[in-house]
Write a protein of this length. Sequence first.
Length: 136
Amino acid sequence: MPGGTLAHMGADEPGTAVRWSWLALAYVSLAIGLAGVVLPVLPTTPFILVAAFAADRGSPRLHAWLMDHRVFGPVIRDWRESRAVRRRAKVLATVMMLLAAVIMAFIAAPVLAAVATLVMAAVGTWLWTRPEPTRT
C-alpha cells in the first residue's frame, strides 16, 4: 500500500513485517543518535542519517518529522543531495572525537584506547574528505 501508514496496514498485507522492521531500525537509530548528543563517544549524525533512511521506508510520519526538524533536516538534506557535511559539523565531530580519545587514554585499556583512536582518526579523515554543501 504505497503512501499508507503502519496504523492503516493490516497484519496480513505483504510487506508489513518489513515495514515494521524499518520502523524499528528508524527508532533505534534515532534513540542512539539522540544519546550521541550528550555522549562524546557516540556519534549523532550517522545514526540520524540511518534513522531517516529507515523512516523513509517504514514511517512517512517519522520521515517527515526528521526532514522538517530544524537541526536534523538540513543535515539529512545535505547528505541526500550531495553527500556533503557542513564545516561546523566536521569541526564539532572532530572536537568530540578528540575529547573521546583523551578520555579513553585515561580510563580505557591501552589497546582499546589505541584501536578506538585509530578508528576515530580514520572516521575524521573520511569526514574531512566529504564536500561541504553549496547552500548554507
